[in-house]
Each structure stands twice: as C-alpha cells, then as structure tokens.
Design a protein around this ligand. Structure first.
Ligand code: GDP
Ligand code: IMO
Ligand code: MG
Length: 424
C-alpha cells in the first residue's frame, strides 16, 4: 500500500479540514505530519462546526485511527482544549487517537519567545500565529527540544527546567517582559498529565507496519506550499516543510511509498499574516471576497487578505508536490461575480515569466491577468455544473496539466462534488 497526501497549494486555509473529513471513509488512518496549533482546520456537518488545530480531521469517523506524527509540534494546553471540545460532543477520541513519541512539545516559554521575536521585528514581523511554532522548530533543529516521549522519562522535570531556564535567559536578553508564565505553566503541566492518558507510539513503526498490513493512509498537511520553509515566500513562511516531502520526514515513510498527492486550492486566493501576495486585491473586490467567503482566520480570527487565483504560484505548488489530483474549494464564493480574473503569468523586470522569482516579495513582479466569465448562479452539487464553471475548471486543468477531482461548493461535508470516480 501507499500513503496518499493531501496538502495546501496556497498560503493555507484552502479547506483541508473539510476535504480530509470527506475523504476519511476511503482510509483507515489519517496522519498529520507537520505544523501544530498554528493550523485551524474547519469541518462542518449535521449543522455543527468544529475547528481542529493539532488533531487530524478524521477524528469524527468511527473505526478510523488518527495519528499526530513526529513532524508535528504539540502544545499540550491547546491539545487539551481540543479534546475537551470532542468530549463535549461525545466523540470517543481515546480509541481513535495516537501521538508520536517523537513529536516535539511547545513549551509556554516557546510562546513567549514567539511574541518576543515578533515584537523585535516590529513592522517587519512575520505575522506569526504566536503559538510558539518557530521557536519550537528552532529548538528541534538546534537539538534542544523536548519530545512527547520525554514525558515518560523520570528525568522529564529536569529536562523541562533546563530548557525553560535557557528560554528565560533568551527572553531577558531580548528585554521581553515576562507576564503570566506561572499560570501558563500550571495549565501546561496539567495538560501534560492529561495527554499521558492518550497512547504514545513509535509512529514510524506504526505507519510502516500499517502499510505492510494493507491499511490505507491519508497524510493531512497543514499550512500551504507557499508557506513552506524552503520554497515559500521566505522569510514570511512557517517553520516546517509543508510540501509533500514533509510527509516523508514527518511520518517516517520512504518517498517511494507516496501514492496520490491531492493539491487543494481555493478558486481565488487568500493569505493571513505578512508577506508577498502578488494578486492581492486591496479594494472593494477583495472586500467582497472576504465578506462572501467569510475570510477570517480559524485560529486567530484575523481578516484574511484576498485576491485572484495565481496560476504561476499554483503551478509552482503542483511541481513541488508532484500533485496527481487537484481539489478546488470555495467555488460558490464566486457565484455572484460577473467576471473572474486569473493571473496567468508574471512580468519580472519587464519580461514575462511563468516562474516564481527568487524573492516573491520583489516589487518588480507585475501580474498579468486573463478574464474568465463568471457563472452568476447558485451552485448545487446535485445540479448540472454551469458551463462557465466547467470552462474555469478546464482552464485550470489545462494550465496545470492536472485533473480537478473534487469541487467544493460550500462548507458542509455534503456540499462536495466528486468528479473523479476513483476518489468516491
Ligand atoms: P484549512 O485550514 O485548509 O482546513 O481551512 P480553514 O478551515 O482554515 O478555512 C477554510 C474555511 O472555508 C472554513 O471556514 C471552511 O468551513 C470553509 N469552506 C471550506 N470549503 C468551502 C467551500 O467550498 N465553500 C465555502 N463557502 N466555504 C468553504
Ligand atoms: P492552516 O493549516 C494560514 C501563517 C501565519 C504567518 C506565518 C507564520 O489552517 O492552513 P507561524 O505561526 O507558523 O509562525 O506563522 O504562517 N500561517 C497560516 N496561515 N493557515 C495556516 O494553517 C497557517 N499557519 C501559519 O499567519 O503568516
Ligand atoms: Mg486554516
């Protein structure tokens, strides 16, 4: 068997949570492989809405296992709140959830360091979600981090105290005023005890044994390809490999075990936080997209920046991830638009190019658009697709040389059109 991967093609929030939930019946295991509580994955079904941050989006399905992989960073306090929500809804999470021993822990002081780092950057801040993601991955690569498996060690408190002390010294050097740490730590320690009630696993063995046993696995990405630490719009990126390669390192699977790669994108484009966004619309059209699409962050509530679909960036993401099937979401948000614009190429230093330049923030990048006629009607998965939407899809398929297998027409599980009979 192989591991299919679903990941974002843009700057995150493409609708990964919704689609993972839709695809979960096809799989036995759903596994998150990177990121942490900076993610906010929204699911809607039976009139209810859930936002998951650390827990994989297959958790609502009976008989499915959900693995938090080694590449993920976990804040026990946030994790506990997520579990509390599940308990309130009567979801039997214990029998559906596993945590990798090699996943790194976000300490309260990591969160403070994130805030201190952003404050020090001033107007050049990344626009981080302030969940401690950057500092935790820095400790991981700096070989100082604490992992879930350390919670089982009799020396955990010493390890914690040593790392905490190091962080306090860093915060003092940054002249950062430390407030509320005692309360944060108390909640964190309680949450750690709670987390110990959930099975920890040597997840690289778990996944590879499951593959051998013929289990079907879907790896669920967080963030998006344009936030990837290597290939995103650096430095305005997150601190992990959000692209498909991250599923190999974040779960311990070999590259030749990757099966289908689902690349999910919005019918337009959004970004939250700072950094380049060549097709951004800072006018009433952008505001219209934000209003109709309810474009406010699922984790931070911040308004998302909105703009037209960027084919240069989308093609880049298709290339980096080896996408085999595309998924287009939020088509319904464009229902009322008479004309839809799509950026087909960039002009860089006066010359047309279909490549993303070294610095995506370079102000010499200009965008070249094609106009597409809108469908100007309501979408319904049971109705025939409007001709103009078919044309829009055909246009994107031609440009990306990749089929669009799923079209999402609303936030609910049921508002999903599966075009590819191999997927359903
Ligand atoms: P994720 O981080 O990729 O899981 O995406 P988010 O949950 O952060 O943001 C996607 C938002 O769009 C959520 O509020 C979803 O409920 C919503 N959504 C997903 N698919 C659709 C769709 O096809 N149409 C509309 N209107 N909303 C959608
Ligand atoms: P999901 O999984 C959208 C953005 C932040 C900021 C940058 C770095 O819901 O798609 P970080 O907290 O990682 O240091 O922030 O990345 N960002 C996201 N934007 N969706 C996300 O996740 C994001 N996770 C991080 O806004 O610009
Ligand atoms: Mg999100």
């Amino acid at each position: 068997m192989q591991v299919d991967v679903l990941l974002g093609m843009q700057w995150g929030d493409e609708g990964k949570g919704k689609i993972v939930d839709v695809l979960t019946p096809n799989y036995d295991i759903i596994a998150r492989f990177q990121g942490g509580p900076n993610a906010g994955h929204t699911l809607e079904f039976d009139g209810k809405k859930f936002v998951l941050h650390t827990i994989p989006s297959g958790i609502f399905h009976e008989g499915k296992m959900n693995l938090i992989g080694n590449g993920v960073v976990i804040d026990p306090s946030i994790f506990r709140k997520e579990i509390d929500n599940l308990i309130n809804q009567g979801v039997p999470y214990k029998e559906r959830l596993l945590i990798s021993r090699k996943a790194h822990l976000i300490l309260p002081t990591h969160r403070l360091l994130d805030a201190a780092s952003e404050a020090a950057k001033g107007k050049d801040k990344i626009g981080s979600t302030l969940k401690g993601i950057g500092p935790t991955y820095m400790d991981k690569t700096g070989r100082n981090g604490l992992r879930v498996g350390d919670l089982e060690s009799p020396h955990f408190q010493e390890k914690y105290a040593a790392l905490r002390e190091k962080h306090i010294q860093m915060l003092e050097r940054m002249d950062f005023e430390i407030e509320g740490l005692d309360e944060m730590e108390q909640a964190w320690m309680e949450a750690v005890d709670f987390m110990k009630g959930i099975p920890f696993t040597n997840s690289e063995y778990y996944i590879n044994n499951a593959l051998k046993a013929g289990k079907r696995i879907l790896a669920e990405g967080a963030q998006g390809s344009l936030l990837d630490i290597e290939f995103g719009s650096y430095p305005f990126v997150t601190s992990s490999n959000t692209i498909c390669a991250g599923a190999c390192t974040g779960l311990g699977i070999a590259p030749n075990k990757i099966g289908d790669v689902y690349g999910i994108f919005k019918a337009y484009c959004t970004r939250v936080g700072s950094g380049p966004f060549p097709t951004e619309l800072e006018d009433e059209v952008g505001q219209r997209l934000r209003d109709i699409g309810h474009e406010y962050g699922a984790t931070t509530g911040r308004p998302r920046r909105c703009g037209w679909l960027d084919m240069v960036a989308l093609n880049y993401a298709v290339m980096l991830n080896g996408v085999t099937k595309l998924i287009m979401t939020k088509a319904d948000v464009l229902n009322e638009f008479e004309t839809i614009e799509v950026c087909t190429t960039y002009k860089f230093k006066g010359e047309e190019t279909s490549e993303v330049p070294f610095d995506h923030a370079d102000d010499r990048i200009e965008t070249v658009y094609s106009d597409i006629k809108g469908w100007e009607s309501e979408l319904n998965v049971n109705d025939p697709m409007p001709k103009q939407l078919e044309d829009y899809i055909a246009f994107i398929e031609k440009e990306t040389e990749c089929p669009i297998s799923i079209v999402s027409m609303g936030p609910d599980r049921k508002q999903t059109l599966i075009r590819d009979t191999q997927v359903a």
